[in-house]
Design a protein around this ligand. Structure first.
Ligand code: FAD
Ligand code: MLT
Ligand code: ZN
Length: 467
């Protein structure tokens, strides 16, 4: 072992340096269990100074280092290869400060997202980032991937929710950018450079997050669309009629609803008729406004023929039951056989056309394949998943991943879209970077990478394609 790493092992002690296979195992498998990693060791520093020591040692030894938060990422971005270190941020889990007046909360990178939400709520404020993995993903991982989720429509992605960062650079120096300012036009925006860089430019150790007034009320409904195209008219209506207090607009297809009801305890379709497409809408605001606005806009949408039915939640429990359907359909897909997954964005106005074209193209490629498109269509973000055709072996189906991906991502590109809306690039989509990013964009990105990580030790192999 390089002497710098041996010194690091001594400094971190047994709680901060794991190298036994059983202890390392949970850190070496990604959330979909598609990829498995290997590592020299997993390091678990307890504070920013110790993270700095890890990076200084890696820099000196020329050893690659892979930051890891909750390891819930979808693109194998936190997965190391043999000889590298996993740098777990899990022990940096303190909420350093909450300032209700400034509307800011300073959290260390390893804080679990649900804990950050709870800390804000305890001060009468809202931290609006919300996603299915919020019970295990970390704020550092959320910022490193610029996570999106369920409330982007009203509050934006992780980038829009961050005021400042503390980042350890490749050589171990610490950049203290923990500012609480809403306005700061002093040169290049370093904060925004680190956000979404998936650990390839620096390690986020703490962040100042933006808080909002805690909404008094939420109003939630599941609306059955007249057809897929009607989602556009309904979205426009809902945004306008709610004075843009629409927080969520999530598409739920029949196949997903059926799977959720079949496989996930507590999931129930509120309608007697098997509608082809439903949308889960939620508004927030004060007093009776959200409920009244939602009722009125649904009545108008019904009269206009955009929707054919709606189930409005009359209580928190009913709202939770509707959300359970939305979350349940992700989990349920596993029970429907193997899945091929895409996380794409197209301009909102092209969502129905994209879903139709991609479904037709994949069915032509793989007869019997079952398109499973769902998600944040209010943001133009479709999780265009595919479920295994009945009668086809899982391995044969998964062997078609590349061909399906090509068809889907080419269509996305033709629509002016993105092959990764919110999950990032990680290691599984670097080939797509090479194909869809312009040479100029790649050249600029490589230049930034060289400047911030001249020895290439920060999450090697993630985000940028080789070459
Ligand atoms: P990890 O998986 O540990 O890491 C992700 C990437 O960030 C890796 O490249 C890693 O190296 C890097 N990284 C982690 N921490 C740091 C740090 N402190 N500094 C620098 N780099 C770091 N994502 C969405 O955007 N929207 C969703 O709606 C959504 N829903 C999900 C639902 C489920 C059930 C699951 C399992 C995942 C979902 N995800 C979603 C994906 C995932 O939860 C997010 O990408 C999340 O932001 C990852 O956080 P993490 O702490 O688990 O990061
Ligand atoms: C979601 O929106 O539920 C997730 O992003 C889907 C996923 O994690 O695959
Ligand atoms: Zn999503």
């Amino acid at each position: 072992m390089h002497p710098a790493l041996a010194r690091l092992r001594t400094r971190l002690g047994p709680a901060g340096w794991l190298d036994q296979p059983a202890a390392m195992a949970p850190y070496l498998e990604e959330s979909r269990a598609r990829h498995h990693g290997a590592a020299l060791a997993v390091v678990r520093p307890a504070d920013t100074a110790a993270v700095a020591a890890v990076l200084a040692a890696c820099h000196e030894a020329g050893v690659g280092m892979v930051p890891q938060g909750g390891n819930t990422g979808r693109c194998a971005g936190a997965l190391p290869t043999a000889g590298q270190l996993v740098l777990s941020l899990a022990r940096l889990d303190r909420i350093r400060a909450v300032d209700a007046l400034d509307g800011s909360l300073t959290a260390e990178a390893g804080c679990i997202l649900a804990d950050v939400q709870a800390a804000a709520r305890a001060h009468g404020r809202l931290f609006p980032l919300s996603l299915g993995a919020e019970g295990s993903c970390t704020i550092g991982g959320n910022l490193a991937t610029n996570a999106g989720g369920l409330n982007v429509l009203r509050y934006g992605s992780a980038r829009a929710l961050c005021l400042g960062l503390e980042v350890v650079l490749a050589d171990g120096r610490v950049w203290d950018g923990l500012r609480r300012l809403r306005k700061d036009n002093t040169g290049y925006d370093l904060r925004d450079l680190f956000i979404g860089s998936e650990g390839t430019l620096g390690v986020i150790t703490a962040a100042v997050l933006r808080l909002f007034p805690l909404p008094e009320r939420r109003a939630t409904a599941l609306a059955a669309l007249a057809d897929l195209d009607a989602c556009l008219a309904l979205l426009a209506r809902a945004r306008h009629a709610s004075a843009d207090t629409l927080t969520s607009f999530e598409l739920l297809p029949r196949i997903g609803l059926d799977a959720a009801v079949r496989h996930v305890p507590g999931c129930r379709d509120p309608f007697d008729v098997a509608h082809a497409w439903c949308v889960l809408l939620e508004l927030d605001g004060a007093g009776d406004a959200p409920a009244a606005r939602l009722e009125a806009l649904l009545a108008d949408a019904l009269a206009a023929g955009e929707i054919v039915d709606a189930a409005t939640a009359a209580s928190e429990a009913q709202a939770a039951a509707l959300w359970r359907l939305r979350e349940g359909l992700v989990e349920a897909q596993r029970h429907e056989g193997a899945s091929i997954k895409h996380d794409v964005a197209v301009p909102v106005s092209r969502v129905p056309e994209f879903i139709r074209q991609a479904s037709a193209a994949c069915t032509a490629l793989l007869p019997g394949v079952r398109p499973y498109p769902f998600g944040h269509v209010g943001d133009g973000n479709v999780h265009f998943n595919l479920s295994q055709p009945p009668g086809m072996a899982a391995a044969d189906f998964l062997a078609c991943w590349g061909r399906c991906e090509r068809v889907v991502h080419d269509l996305v590109a033709a629509c002016g879209g993105s092959f990764s809306a919110e999950h990032g690039v990680g290691r599984s989509k670097t080939g797509e970077m090479a194909r869809y990013k312009s040479p100029l964009e790649l050249e600029l990105m490589r230049g930034i990478k060289r400047t911030l990580d001249p020895r290439g030790i920060l999450n090697p192999g993630a985000v940028l394609p080789p070459g």
